[in-house]
Write a protein that binds this ligand. Structure first.
Ligand code: ADP
Ligand code: MG
Length: 613
C-alpha cells in the first residue's frame, strides 16, 4: 500500500479551538511540554514491553528501551527520542490528529481487563502532546511502528490548521519528536534548562533517560515498590535525593491504598526541626506525583499546615496529569487526599507511641510543637492529636512524659479539672509558689515549658470532659487542708490582710489568706482572668497592646508562715518597717510569677532593709 507523499491532512473540526486552550490556558508553565513528551515516550516504551510479551516479529528488536533527549542551541531545537512502540500512518492520524482521542486509553482497553491497574501508563486524556505547541514553531514526529511491514514516517505541523505525513527512509523503531522552538522559547534548547526540567519532573520515570548523552534518572521510584522489598539504604538514598535531606530520617511511613483513592505514599520525618532551630517557617514539602511524574513539588493543601515538617512523596493515579493544577476539580481531589493521608499518618503516630514509645518521645521532643499547633487549630483532627500530646508533670521524673489519658486515670474522684502550670523549665515551676498547694493535696499538675503552651491549653480547653485549668489562675478552688498549728488567728488575719491592702494600694486587687500555700509566705495570682502572666509576657515581647497595661494581682498570704506572723506584730509596733516589708513581699511574689518588670525600686528598698538588719 503506497501513498503519495507528502500527504496533507486537516486537523479535526474542533481542533483549532482545543489547541488554543491547550496552548494558552491549560498549563500554567511552558516547561510542562517536556514532562508530557517524556511521559509519552515512557508510555510508548511500556507498550512495547507489553507487545514483546506476545509478539515475536518486532521491528528493530535489538534496541534498548530508553529515552534520549538532545538539545541544539544553534539550531534552536530540542529532540525527544524513544525506541518504543512507534506509530503507523493510521495511528498518527488517529492519535495526533484527533485531540480528544487518547491512544493510551484505547491501548488500555485493547489489552483488556486488569490493564487499568497498569500504573506504568501515564497518559489518560489525550492532550499532552499538543503542549509542544506552547513552545514550538513546528513539531516533527519521525516514527516507525513496531510492525515490520510499515514504512518510516514523518508527521509535521505548525499547530495551526493542518499537518502533513510523509514517508522517510532509515527510520529506527519508536518516535523522535523534533521541536523547532519559538523565538521567545529558545531557552529550552540549552542543556542546563532541559536538565533542570527533566530532573524536576521526570527523575523517576522507569526507563533510562539521557540528556545529550548523559544519564538523568538514577534513583528509583521506591514509593511504588512493595515495602518488603525496599532496603533501608534505598530508603535513605531516596530521602537524600528527593527530599534533599542531609540527615537520616527518624521516622518513615510507606503505604498504599486503593479506596477511596489510589494512593502510594512515602513520608519521612527528618531528624531535626529546622523551624525549632529558629530557621524560617517550613514550606510544605511532600511532593505530589501522578504515576512517577511530578505534578507539584510543594503542593499547599495536600497536607494540613501542622504537617509541614513531613517530607516525601504522594503519588495518586487518580490525578489527571494533563489538567492544570489550579482547577476546582483538582481542589476537591486534593482535599480527599489530604483527609486520607492525614488520618493514616495519625494512626501511624498512635502505633509508634504504643509500640515504640522511646522513638515516639524522641520524635515528640523535636516535633511535638507541631502536634500542639494541630491540637489547637485543626478542629478535624483535634481529638486524635490531643491524645498524642506529652507532658512532664509533678508526678513524673524530670524528662519523663505522661499523657492526658494517664493523668485522668490518676485523678481522685473529687478532682474535676486537669491542672497545668506554664514555666520556662521544671526547676522554676517546682520552686515557684503555685505548685505547693496542689502538692499538699496530692493533686497532679502538668508542666508546660513552651511559650505556645498557654495558647494551646486555652484552645484545647478540655479533655475527656475535664477542663484544662491553669494552676495559677485566681479562680481555682482547692479543698481545705487541716489547719496547721500556729497559724494566725482568724481575726488577726483579717486585720493583717486589710492593712496590707491599704498599704499596697492600687498594685493589688485583693489580699487574702491562702489555702494553697505550704512553704512560701506569699503568692501573686493573676487578677485578670483573660490575661495570664505568660500571655502578658508574650504580648509584651511582641509589643502588643495590653502587654504593659498596669498590672494588678491578687496577693495570697500564708497564715502559718513566720514572716507573716512577724509582719502582723510589726504593723502596729513599727509601721514604717512593716510597710517596707509588705512591699518587698509583694515584689518577691511578682518575681516568682515572672511579673516584676522593673527591679529598680525593689533593689533600693532591699538595700534599705539590709541597712537595718
Ligand atoms: P495521552 O498521552 O494522554 O494519551 P497525548 O496527547 O500525550 O495523550 O498523546 C496522544 C497519543 O499519541 C498517545 O495516546 C499515543 O497513542 C500517541 N503518542 C504520543 N507520543 C507517542 C510516542 N512517543 N510514541 C508512540 N505513540 C505516541
Ligand atoms: Mg501524554
Amino acid at each position: 500500500m503506497s501513498t503519495p507523499t507528502p500527504q496533507k491532512f486537516e486537523f479535526q473540526a474542533e481542533i483549532k479551538q482545543l489547541l488554543d486552550i491547550v496552548i494558552h490556558s491549560l498549563y500554567t508553565e511552558k516547561e510542562i511540554f517536556l514532562r508530557e513528551l517524556v511521559s509519552n515516550a515512557s508510555d510508548a516504551l511500556e507498550k512495547l514491553r507489553h507487545t514483546q510479551l506476545t509478539e515475536k516479529d518486532i521491528f528493530d528488536d535489538k534496541l534498548e528501551l530508553e529515552i534520549n533527549v538532545t538539545t541544539d542551541d544553534k539550531a534552536k531545537t530540542i529532540t525527544i527520542q524513544d525506541f518504543g512502540i512507534g506509530m503507523t500512518r493510521e495511528e498518527l492520524v488517529q492519535n495526533l490528529g484527533t485531540i480528544a482521542h487518547s491512544g493510551s486509553k484505547a491501548f488500555l482497553k485493547a489489552i483488556g481487563e486488569g490493564a487499568q491497574k497498569n500504573s506504568n501508563l501515564i497518559g489518560q486524556f489525550g492532550v499532552g502532546f499538543y503542549s509542544a505547541f506552547m513552545v514550538a514553531k513546528s513539531v516533527k514526529v519521525y516514527t516507525h511502528s513496531w510492525r515490520t511491514g510499515e514504512p518510516g514516517l514523518v508527521w509535521e505541523s505548525d499547530g495551526s490548521g493542518s499537518y502533513t505525513i510523509e514517508e522517510v527512509e532509515g527510520q529506527r523503531r519508536g518516535a523522535k519528536i523534533v521541536i523547532e522552538l519559538k523565538d521567545d522559547c529558545t531557552e529550552f534548547a540549552s542543556d542546563w534548562k532541559a536538565k533542570e526540567i527533566l530532573e524536576r519532573y521526570s527523575a523517576f520515570v522507569s526507563f533510562p533517560i539521557t540528556l545529550n548523552g548523559k544519564r538523568i534518572n538514577t534513583v528509583q521510584a521506591v514509593w511504588l515498590r512493595n515495602k518488603n522489598e525496599v532496603k533501608e539504604e534505598e530508603y535513605t538514598e531516596f530521602y537524600k535525593f528527593q527530599a534533599h535531606g542531609y540527615d537520616e530520617p527518624q521516622l518513615r511511613l510507606h503505604f498504599s491504598a486503593d479506596a477511596p483513592l489510589s494512593i502510594h505514599a512515602l513520608l519521612f520525618v527528618p531528624k531535626e526541626s529546622t523551624e525549632k532551630l529558629g530557621l524560617a517557617r517550613l514550606e510544605p514539602s511532600v511532593s505530589l506525583y501522578c504515576r512517577k511524574v511530578l505534578i507539584d513539588a510543594k503542593p499547599k493543601d495536600l497536607l494540613p499546615e501542622w504537617l509541614r515538617f513531613l517530607k516525601g512523596v504522594v503519588d495518586s493515579e487518580d490525578l489527571p496529569l494533563n489538567i492544570s493544577r489550579e482547577t476546582m476539580q483538582d481542589k476537591a481531589l486534593i482535599e480527599k487526599l489530604n483527609r486520607v493521608i492525614t488520618k493514616r499518618f495519625l494512626k501511624f503516630l498512635e502505633e509508634e507511641a504504643k509500640n515504640r514509645p522511646e522513638g515516639f518521645e524522641t520524635f515528640y521532643r523535636e516535633f511535638g510543637v507541631f502536634l500542639k499547633e494541630g491540637a489547637a487549630l485543626d478542629y478535624t483532627h483535634k481529638d486524635q492529636l490531643v491524645k498524642l500530646l506529652r507532658f512532664e508533670s509533678s508526678l513524673t521524673e524530670k524528662g519523663k512524659y505522661t499523657t492526658l489519658g494517664d493523668y485522668v486515670t490518676r485523678m481522685g474522684s473529687e478532682q474535676k479539672e486537669i491542672y497545668y502550670l506554664v514555666g520556662p523549665n521544671r526547676a522554676s515551676i517546682e520552686s515557684g509558689p503555685y505548685l505547693e498547694g496542689f502538692k499538699a493535696r496530692n493533686l497532679e499538675v502538668l508542666f508546660c515549658y513552651e511559650s505556645v503552651d498557654e495558647y494551646v491549653m486555652n484552645n484545647v480547653r478540655e479533655f475527656d470532659s475535664k477542663k484544662l485549668t491553669g494552676a495559677d489562675h485566681a479562680d481555682v478552688k482547692l479543698a481545705e487542708v487541716p489547719q496547721a498549728e500556729g497559724a494566725l488567728a482568724a481575726a488577726d488575719l483579717e486585720t493583717l490582710t486589710k492593712w496590707m491592702k491599704e498599704t499596697l494600694g492600687e498594685r493589688v486587687a485583693e489580699v487574702k489568706s491562702s489555702d494553697r500555700l505550704v512553704d512560701s509566705p506569699v503568692l501573686a495570682l493573676n487578677a485578670d482572668k483573660f490575661m495570664s502572666p505568660q500571655m502578658r509576657r508574650m504580648m509584651k515581647a511582641m509589643n502588643k497592646e495590653g502587654g504593659d497595661s498596669p498590672l494588678r494581682v491578687n496577693l495570697e498570704i500564708n497564715p502559718r508562715h513566720a514572716i507573716n506572723k512577724r509582719l502582723f506584730a510589726l504593723h502596729t509596733s513599727a509601721p514604717e518597717k512593716a510597710k517596707l516589708m509588705a512591699e518587698q513581699l509583694l515584689d518577691n511574689a511578682l518575681i516568682s510569677a515572672g511579673l516584676l518588670d522593673d527591679a529598680t525600686a525593689m533593689v533600693a528598698r532591699l538595700n534599705k532593709l539590709l541597712e537595718n538588719i
